[in-house]
Ligand binder design. Structure first.
Ligand SMILES: Cc1cc2nc3c(=O)[nH]c(=O)nc-3n(C[C@H](O)[C@H](O)[C@H](O)COP(=O)(O)OP(=O)(O)OC[C@H]3O[C@@H](n4cnc5c(N)ncnc54)[C@H](O)[C@@H]3O)c2cc1C
Ligand code: SF4
Ligand code: SF4
Ligand code: SF4
Length: 390
């Protein structure tokens, strides 16, 4: 019987197999962690083997016309407001503005009406603004690859932005679907890993319950405290929270590496050879290498991986200040340019706790949100023991 992946470590959920199947016999189905995996309808499948053959993650078979060592820049958008609304220095806005000016279309990760992270297509700056900002949750690509194929077939310029594995999946899909990719520009991110959509869904629900109000906006990388990582929820009742322990609980879960997709611990793109034309990231450590260039609203690292990438960067660079750097300095604070994020040894326990006891339980057990309660319980326990001794 045809299979498309043997274990979860080798499937990043890129949808390329689903999109290429000639008889549409693959659906993407969420597992108990909320990550999507291809599921073959064996009654329809004609066993052509294409799905597995084109899987970039399992074969790592993309052929970017790579300049082997990327050209690296530290860059920042000249507009303070853009930097404020971007996670790093606003490189994404600079590049996507240029594509929109050329009547191109831009694909990237946005929220839907219930804060699920999904890939959307933007043709205007207003639509593009929804794609701004990192969302630390795996995005659902849905039919983005098929829409991109249609755009390219209609001779549109397309900018695709996403994780390395998504960019590699797209490139492999288009190549195998025999689509001309001259007008495709790909931008990927240096990527720590993508957390579970189910955990984020429960988190939003929990925040709304605690604050007795729906959430209006959620920023994974709010700039209220400057460039760094502060998460901020804005509620319909006028409250906004970026200071409570609960407001930073999702961030803690992200960095604990307890709820990343299994393939992230086995990432094929945690290296300097990138699948995309351009790679963007935070330029962590810029204050050491270019102290005068440091900016409290953020600085981007831009890695130019291909000749096409260089052309697009130069064409979009007018709205940025930039300075030439090198891969060694840029990679010195980027673990995920060297190796995948290591799995947290408590991951299995975490998911067992989640599945048996739910979100409230794991948040209190695995983040500082439950810290005060744990201390209070400990103090009560100690007092009881002392009283018992007296
Ligand atoms: C899951 C994740 C992990 C990351 N890990 C690192 C890291 O380890 N080191 C580092 O330096 N940078 C990392 N980044 C990249 C960084 O956070 C910024 O996204 C990047 O520097 C671009 O910032 P910007 O200011 O140019 O533009 P922004 O406007 O902030 O750009 C947002 C861009 O990110 C894309 N994006 C947002 N969320 C997702 C998502 N869930 N899936 C796919 N694409 C998405 C959008 O499509 C858009 O292109 C990560 C980003 C994500 C989403
Ligand atoms: S990595 Fe992509 S192409 Fe490969 S099996 Fe998973 S969804 Fe399919
Ligand atoms: S083997 Fe062919 S028909 Fe079957 S699921 Fe894969 S691509 Fe579709
Ligand atoms: S860490 Fe690797 S596998 Fe995971 S989302 Fe990022 S690029 Fe994909």
């Amino acid at each position: 019987m045809q299979t498309v992946y043997d274990n979860k470590k080798v499937c990043c959920g890129c949808t390329a197999c689903k999109c290429i199947c000639p008889v549409q016999s693959i659906n993407m189905i969420a597992d108990e962690e909320g990550f999507l995996y291809p599921d073959i309808n064996h009654e329809q499948c004609i066993s052509c083997g294409l799905c597995k053959r084109i899987c970039a993650f399992q074969n790592k078979n993309y052929t970017a016309d790579s300049i082997r060592v990327p050209e690296v820049y530290a860059a920042k958008h000249k507009d303070d407001d853009v930097r404020k609304k971007s996670s790093s220095g606003g490189a994404f806005t600079a590049i996507s503005d240029h594509i929109l000016l050329k009547n191109g279309v831009v694909y990237g990760a946005a929220y839907d009406e219930s804060f699920r992270v999904v890939h959307k297509r933007a043709q205007t700056t207003k639509e593009r603004d929804e794609l701004r900002g990192s969302k630390y949750v795996q995005s659902d690509l849905n039919n983005a690859f098929i829409d991109i194929k249609e755009d390219l077939t209609n001779d549109r310029i397309v900018l695709f932005t996403g994780t390395g594995c998504q960019a590699a999946g797209l490139i492999s899909y288009l190549k195998n679907a025999h689509v001309d990719t001259k007008k495709l520009i790909t931008v990927d991110l240096i990527c720590h890993g993508v957390p579970s959509p189910n955990i984020f869904k429960d988190y939003i629900f929990y925040l709304e319950k605690k604050n007795r109000s729906k959430i209006k906006q959620y920023f994974f990388r709010s700039k209220v405290n400057g460039w760094g990582h502060t998460e901020e929820a804005v509620f319909e009742n006028g409250r906004n929270d970026y200071t409570s322990r609960l407001s930073q609980a999702h961030k803690e879960l992200f960095y604990s590496d307890l709820c990343l997709r299994p393939s992230c611990y086995n990432c094929k793109y945690a290296c300097i050879a990138r699948p995309a034309d351009i790679t963007i990231a935070d330029y962590w450590g810029v204050e050491k290498y270019f102290p005068k260039f440091y900016d409290k609203l953020g600085v981007s690292a831009i890695l130019i991986n291909t000749n096409k990438g260089k052309e697009v960067f130069l064409e979009s660079a007018d709205c940025m200040e930039y300075i030439k750097s090198n891969i060694n300095d840029c990679a010195s604070r980027q673990n995920n340019l060297h190796s995948p994020t290591p799995i947290n040894p408590q991951r299995a326990e975490f998911w067992s706790d989640y599945l048996h006891h739910g979100f409230n339980y794991i948040t209190k057990k695995y983040t500082h949100y439950g810290f005060i309660k744990r201390i209070r319980r400990l103090v009560i326990y100690i007092l009881k023991r002392i009283r018992g001794l007296i």
